[in-house]
Unconditional design. Structure first.
Length: 138
């Protein structure tokens, strides 16, 4: 990877589908969330149960939402977020549907935002214990 702070879509895809991939940077999640078209790429990978790093990208979905709410849409546009939710509503993936539900609640009640849950991986790595065994390689 040439520049972990400016990865290409291809580099992200290669990393996503690499077994036991190591983060190229400490804040790799922040890097991934800031690329062009990040949301669509992240949603596609997070929806793929065959992806060895799926849980990481699920965390990135929560981070996108958390940052959007925390910054009042400055890091990620709220309208774009609502469009992403529409794309995800028909998912067959229960983790994605749970993310959609939680995001809709947060959008209607932004005062309930909790940094640890949305940006710190709390929903993915602490609350939803089913993901605990899937993240051991991260």
């Amino acid at each position: 990877m040439k520049d972990p702070w400016n990865p290409t879509t291809q580099e992200i895809m290669e990393w996503a589908y690499t077994e036991h991939a190591v983060f190229p940077e400490q804040d790799w999640d922040l890097s991934v969330c800031t690329i062009t078209n990040a949301a669509e790429i992240i949603l596609n990978i997070a929806s793929d149960t065959n992806c060895p790093n799926q849980v990481f990208f699920l965390h990135c979905l929560y981070l996108l939402v958390g940052d959007a709410i925390r910054t009042s849409g400055n890091t990620y546009n709220i309208e774009s977020l609502q469009n992403l939710l529409q794309s995800a509503e028909n998912s067959m993936n229960s983790d994605i549907l749970k993310w959609v539900e939680r995001t809709q609640i947060l959008l209607s009640k932004p005062e309930t935002f909790c940094y640890d849950l949305w940006c710190g991986g709390g929903f993915v790595y602490k609350i939803d214990k089913v993901n605990e065994k899937r993240r051991t390689h991260l």
